[in-house]
Design a protein around this ligand. Structure first.
Ligand SMILES: [Ca+2]
Ligand SMILES: [Ca+2]
Length: 194
């Protein structure tokens, strides 16, 4: 079921973050749907975008992480899981008080070494230790043929495919990857969290 939601959120990406120059509707709408640093929640299918990486992280963590500049996050090998710990630690003491949407699944970047435009993904839970697909995107839309680096977290590995619908060449990344490699650089058009 989560996969269906994740696939559906591809439509949200398309609708919310068109390639090229964005028109300028009402200011808050423009702010929410355009910008170089976006986040998609795979359960709610909501995508929001911001001018800076730091703003994006601040918004997705409900203001719990306000100092995560892109440069600082790039150097932190445990960035994704540290954000998860912070969100979980301050969301409440009872396990049930943690929102179902609190798990940071990783980040894809336009350039190598975690630079350029970014897109965060959040889900309703961490990945398990089995190899089944837990979330997926059948088409990366405005991120097609663009990913050069990525960060992983929530116990998820990320698999990239050079064509949509999980076709073409594919490569599995088990950890933060500052360069997805020449074979996959600017080639991915679909992805899986597993
Ligand atoms: Ca790129
Ligand atoms: Ca491709």
């Amino acid at each position: 079921m989560t996969g269906l939601v994740a696939a559906a959120c591809a439509g949200v990406l398309l609708a919310s973050v068109p390639a090229g120059a964005a028109p300028a509707p009402a200011p808050e709408t423009s702010r929410a749907t355009s910008g170089p640093h976006c986040a998609t929640h795979v359960e709610t299918r909501k995508t929001t975008c911001y001018d800076t990486f730091r703003e994006a992280v601040s918004a997705t963590t409900g203001g719990r992480v306000t100092n995560a500049t892109q440069a600082k996050a790039a150097k932190d090998s445990a960035f994704v899981d540290k954000v998860n710990e912070t969100v979980g630690a301050t969301a409440g003491t009872a396990a049930t008080s943690r929102a179902a949407s609190d798990f940071f699944l990783g980040v894809i970047y336009e350039h190598t070494r975690f630079r350029g435009a970014s897109h965060q993904f959040w889900g309703d839970g961490p990945c398990n230790d089995f190899s089944d697909q837990e979330y997926w995107m059948v088409d990366l839309l405005n991120w097609n043929n663009r990913i050069s680096s990525l960060k992983t977290g929530s116990n998820c590995d990320i698999e990239l495919f050079s064509e949509r619908d999980f076709n073409g060449a594919h490569q599995l990344y088990f950890t933060n990857t500052p360069n997805v490699g020449s074979a996959m650089n600017d080639q991915a058009e679909s992805m899986v969290w597993k």
